[in-house]
Design a protein. Sequence first.
Length: 431
Amino acid sequence: MQNCTDAVVPARRIESTSSNLLCNTAATLAVLGGDSAFAETLHVGKPNLPDRQRFMQRLESVLDSYRLTNFGPQVVEFEQSVAELAGAAHCVATCNATTGLELAIRALGMAGEVIVPSFTFVADPAALAWQGITPVFCDVDPHTHCVDVARVEAAITARTSGILAVHLWGNICAVEALQEIADRHRIKLLFDAAHAFGCTVGKRAVGSFGDAEVFSFHATKFINAFEGGAIVTNNAELAQRLRFMTNFGFSAEDEVSHLGVNGKMSEASAAMGLTSLEAMSDIIQHNRRNHEAYVRGLEFVPGVRVLQRDPAEQHNYHYIVAEIDTAATGLSRDQLVAMLRLENVMARRYFHPGCHRMPPYRKFHADAGCALPVTEALSQNVLVLPTGLAVSAADVSLLTSRIAVAVQQAARVRAELARCQDPRLPTFTTE
Ligand code: T4K
């Protein structure tokens, strides 16, 4: 058997036309001694770069104006565009979503305990903990991966001041049921909508649910502002307060009326955000084609299930999320991640191992693992695959065919992975 460290060089692109190559064993996997499928690494989150010329024009106008930050015209226009697309009355742009979450949490007066899913990006419990709030981890629904409403209700105590729910992967939370619980218990409801810009539920755009919602426009999101975020709400007083709080608490010259931070978005970021918004429908179309190619390519692969999107709703198709049933694939999610690295595909284990297992947050919920069976299972089984403008439908076809072959030859793949020394392999163990 060839040493797989040698086997992956040189990498070259192999063209593929068929989307279902379950019967095609001709392509040798890199882990079994073949060439890597891709010469250039495919990433989850490679930025979608918008029209360079348009962006440069905007940047020139920023420089010409000498207005680089502090609520300049690019930010004002960006906020208007985001509010309109999100169907919200007000939008306050921020330097990133994490700061936006912290500001919203503070402005809503959340304190004591806040209920939050553990199966999410660590920004959520971090934003709470930075405000001295105890994140109370709640399990998620196995189908949507969003908070389980019954679990939310069960977690409410006299110290609960709010719910921080996450529209994970652009799957929308049970917004009405959560609002009903929040109203009945007189607690706040904040949505982390970092993944859900451009999505609808019941034909209504994400952006005006709960007390406020927070978007991310990080470089890895489908609409990006280099770094950026936005808080959207229909509450005018809240929006005004948030605006002051993003600017050190200033409400007028030399007048500090609120506890604030510097959470403002810069003009350069807003220029990128605006240019990115112009490409929004093209990006969504591209992502949707890739999503369809993934569904087609993995449809008949035993044990691999791609999360589907409701065709009646709008979606950004930004995350390709697959659930792996190891008993059927013969390969664990981690073994698939490792095998794909050798094909030059950086698939991700979002959001392993669940926030409740991360050292800074364990103390908040010592036995959380027992109470979070769905989170525990998803953090072992979820595989996030590359998409975006840098990934073509042909790439997806080739990538899915490699997964199909790996599952067919699971025993050999496991054996080779166990002895492989390739530096591209992930640092976590895959046995
Ligand atoms: N809530 C949720 C549910 C979130 O998922 C996030 C962020 C937030 C809140 C907070 O939003 P922000 O405060 O960031 O606005 C990434 C992102 O940093 C993070 O924004 C995102 N979620 C999270 C899911 O993913 P990493 O550490 O996995 O990303 P990283 O640096 O490994 O980048 C992913 C891949 O993209 C890399 O393999 C290379 C490529 N890449 C990345 C960047 C930044 C590029 O090619 N160019 C780039 O500039 O966290």
